[in-house]
Design a protein around this ligand. Structure first.
Ligand SMILES: [Zn+2]
Ligand SMILES: [Zn+2]
Ligand SMILES: [Zn+2]
Length: 352
């Protein structure tokens, strides 16, 4: 469907599967666009299987292909589901191509995000924001892997991000693609899922074992948050240091971490703040001054922490911090029912 996907399908796994399924595909390739859809689903499932095979290995090259192929698989299968509603829905151009051009894959197709939006609009297939977040994480990895490299990413992080993305893709296949699939397609889905489930189970065990091995270290920290990089419950706030994730070893500058946390976990980006008027949750820290003091923080187990600084580890319950009525910055000094920070109080005295 995506011209690139067709090119990729000519090599490696695509060829192997085409050979494996050659006889069956000749029998089932009847009808017009049904053939195209079958080919696309076949391709998407092949990418899925390849991703899982790569994920089971631990070298960096394999993990890169695990991310690339999982994204290709998800994009292909979501578009295949959308094409079931109508083939023109996966076309990006306003000028819809001929059916012949569509069948040969010679057209520009929409993005995965657009495909999910259109599925929600035309088929009531609604993807919750957490699931979208998981697949966006895979997309970020894919972009970096495709254009640069995964240098700087730890293997632990790549593995857990891809494993969570796999969750989304498997659920999508089971809930949205498998029902009402033509017989041949359904059989192919069942065979592929049968093969990949076992391998995915082993990968999940690896993730759980690593989490278990961290429990001793995690209990030494009063506040444990969801990590914006790997989404495991393993981001800690060491006193006097920037936040760091014990699972994936994510340990950027505190201000960067605060913004990533806001975007990935609180789902508030600079864009949603500017375009939709959502309150920006990051302020200057009362303790260290860094722009890394975040409001509405929750622990990984869902309890409200209130405020926490990702640069110095200072945290305070919501009730202990007020917004200064003079300058809008957070303050812990409240005088006579008025919330005024020390700077604003000093400025008022100067005036008198
Ligand atoms: Zn992490
Ligand atoms: Zn601070
Ligand atoms: Zn003030």
């Amino acid at each position: 469907m995506d011209p690139k996907a067709h090119v990729i399908a000519q090599g490696g796994h695509g060829l192997r599967r085409a050979r494996m399924l050659g006889r069956r595909s000749v029998i089932s390739w009847r009808g017009e666009l049904k053939d195209v859809n079958w080919g696309v689903v076949n391709n998407g499932l092949d990418f899925l299987e390849s991703s899982v095979e790569h994920l089971a290995k631990s070298n960096n090259r394999s993990l890169k292909y695990a991310a690339l192929h999982l994204y290709a698989s998800t994009e292909t299968l979501v578009k295949a589901r959308l094409a079931r509603e109508h083939w023109t829905l996966v076309v990006a151009d306003a000028n819809v191509p001929s059916k012949a051009a569509f069948k040969s894959g010679d057209f520009k197709s929409i993005s995965l995000a657009q495909a999910l939006q259109r599925l929600a609009a035309v088929a009531d297939v609604v993807t919750d924001s957490k699931a979208v977040g998981r697949i966006k994480d895979v997309e970020k990895l894919r972009n970096r892997a495709a254009h640069f490299s995964l240098g700087g990413e730890t293997p632990e992080r790549v593995r857990v991000v891809v494993a969570r993305g796999l969750d989304f893709t498997l659920q999508f296949i089971e809930k949205e693609l498998r029902p009402e699939a033509p017989i041949e397609e359904a059989r192919l889905i069942d065979e592929t899922l049968g093969r990949v489930r076992e391998a995915i189970g082993r990968i999940q065990v690896l993730v759980q074992e690593r989490m278990r091995s961290l429990q001793g270290s995690l209990t030494g920290f009063p506040v444990v948050l969801d990590c914006p990089a790997c989404r495991q419950a393993s981001l800690v706030l060491p006193s006097g240091h920037a936040a760091k994730c014990l699972y994936c070893l994510y340990n950027p500058d505190g201000e960067v971490c605060a913004e990533e946390y806001s975007a990935s976990i609180l789902e508030i980006s600079r864009y949603s703040h500017a375009a939709e008027g959502v309150d920006w949750p990051i302020y200057s820290c009362l303790n260290c001054g860094a722009e890394a003091f975040v409001d509405h923080i929750y622990t990984a187990s869902g309890e409200e922490v209130g405020w926490a600084c990702f640069a110095c580890g200072y945290y305070a319950p919501t009730g202990d911090i007020a917004i200064c009525s003079g300058c809008g910055s957070p303050t812990d000094t409240m005088r006579g029912g008025l919330s005024l920070c020390a700077d604003c109080v000093a400025a008022k005295f100067e005036k008198f």
